[in-house]
Design a protein around this ligand. Sequence first.
Ligand code: HEM
Length: 136
Amino acid sequence: MLTDITTRTDVELLVNTFYNKVLADEVLGPIFNDVAQVNLSAHLPTMYDFWESILFGTGSYRGRPMPPHFRLTQKHPLRAHHFERWLALFFETIDALFEGEKATEVKSRAQHIASIMEYRVQQINEANTSNLLNRF
Ligand code: HEM
């Protein structure tokens, strides 16, 4: 029987398992590995803090989640299929490991943030496209 997410150790397991999938994924892997060249030893603890703060209100995450994605989409446009893949892997990870109120909550929080992020990223993509077109 699966149990709910209750401790930081659970959050670490969730994030580590998710990133193992993301980094090996044919759609998302190259974005993290090649485009962003993410330093995992710095990034993973940030993600533990992020999800821990969302789930348990610890306040351990003090960053801003959106700007790195705005920079990233200027290097490599992030599209709907990237967000769909991200969410599919995230949901798959949760469902394989946990069950309960927090497990359900974390999926809906992720979905909500992803939809705002996708909307704002698409605005940047469109602005970049029209800037390009205006040059000709
Ligand atoms: C298309 C999907 C996504 C891609 C390709 C992506 C990729 C990235 C990359 C490359 C970074 C920067 C890592 C670094 O510091 O070098 C990052 C940071 C981050 N991402 Fe995403 N991401 C995606 C979706 C999401 C979603 C949906 C969420 C939240 C639900 C999220 C939350 C974060 C957070 C919290 C950070 C850390 C920001 C900080 O440094 O404070 N990402 N992401």
